[in-house]
Design a protein around this ligand. Structure first.
Ligand code: CA
Length: 235
C-alpha cells in the first residue's frame, strides 16, 4: 500500500518491531525517537498516519499532540497513541488533545493494523466532508467558500491559482516537480506544458506579494516548487 507512517517511539527495539510489522501495509516508515525529531520528520514529508508513543523523553506525548493540532498542515493527520497499561488518564487526555485512537502495549500486529485501517477510513471521509479552512499565519484558504483571505480581507485569485495554493497548503514543506503539480492541480488527463506551471506560480506570488506571503512559495532550483510556512535556514 502507498502509505507513509511516522513512528514516534524512543525504544529502538519497539521501533524495529513496528517497522517490521508495518512492512506490508506501509510503503514508507519514518522514525523519530523524540518529539523534536518527529517535528523534523514532519517538515520533510507529511505522513498519512502517526504512531505516537505516549512516554517520550523531553516533550511529552500530550504536548506533541497539542502542537501538532495547532498547525493547519498537520492537524488532520490521524494519530494513534501507544500507551502502557494503567495510563488511563493519559489516554483520556490524549484523546481530548486530538489523538484519534490508542493502543495499549503490548498489542498484536493484527490489532494495530485494524486500528490503523479504521482511523484512516474515518480521516478520509472527514477530509472530503469537512473541507476545513487551512491557515498559515494570517493567510487563510477556505475550500468550502472558495475564498482566500489575509487577516480577514479577501484576496482575488483565479481558479487555477486557488487550486495551486490549496494543494501547496495541504502539502507544506515538500518539493513538487512541475509534472507533479500538473498531475495534482491540472489533472492527469489534461495536456499542459510545464511552462504553464511557472506562469500560474508567478500569478499566485503576485497576488500574495502585497502581504509578504509570496516568499512562502519557493523555487527549488532544477526541481520545482515548495510551499514553506517555516523558516528554512540556508535557503
Ligand atoms: Ca517510551
Amino acid at each position: 500500500m502507498n502509505m507513509h507512517v511516522l513512528l514516534v517511539e524512543d525504544e529502538a527495539p519497539l521501533r524495529e518491531m513496528l517497522r517490521f510489522a508495518l512492512a506490508d501495509v506501509a510503503s514508507t516508515v519514518s522514525e523519530a525517537a523524540d518529539a523534536d525529531a518527529a517535528f523534523a520528520r514532519l517538515r520533510e514529508a507529511r505522513p498519512d498516519l502517526i504512531l505516537l508513543d505516549w512516554m517520550l523523553p523531553g516533550m511529552s506525548g500530550i504536548e506533541f499532540m497539542r502542537r501538532l493540532r495547532r498547525e493547519a498542515a498537520w492537524r488532520d493527520i490521524p494519530v494513534i497513541m501507544l500507551t502502557a497499561r494503567g495510563e488511563e488518564d493519559d489516554r483520556v487526555q490524549g484523546l481530548e488533545a486530538g489523538a484519534d485512537d490508542y493502543l495499549v502495549k503490548p498489542f498484536s500486529t493484527r490489532e494495530l493494523k485494524a486500528r490503523m485501517q479504521a482511523v484512516l477510513r474515518r480521516a478520509g471521509r472527514g477530509e472530503e466532508e469537512a473541507g476545513l479552512p487551512l491557515r498559515t499565519g494570517d493567510l487563510c484558504l477556505d475550500p468550502a467558500s472558495h475564498q482566500v483571505s489575509v487577516a480577514g480581507r479577501s484576496l482575488n485569485l483565479g481558479p487555477t491559482e486557488f487550486r495551486l495554493l490549496h494543494f501547496f497548503m495541504r502539502h507544506p514543506g515538500r518539493v513538487h516537480s512541475r509534472t507533479q503539480l500538473l498531475d495534482h492541480v491540472w489533472g492527469r488527463d489534461v495536456y499542459v506544458e510545464e511552462r504553464t506551471v511557472d506562469v500560474h506560480i508567478r500569478r499566485l506570488r503576485k497576488a500574495l506579494a502585497p502581504h509578504g506571503y509570496d516568499r512562502l512559495i519557493q523555487t527549488v532550483r532544477t526541481v520545482g516548487y515548495r510551499f514553506s510556512p517555516w523558516e528554512e535556514p540556508g535557503e
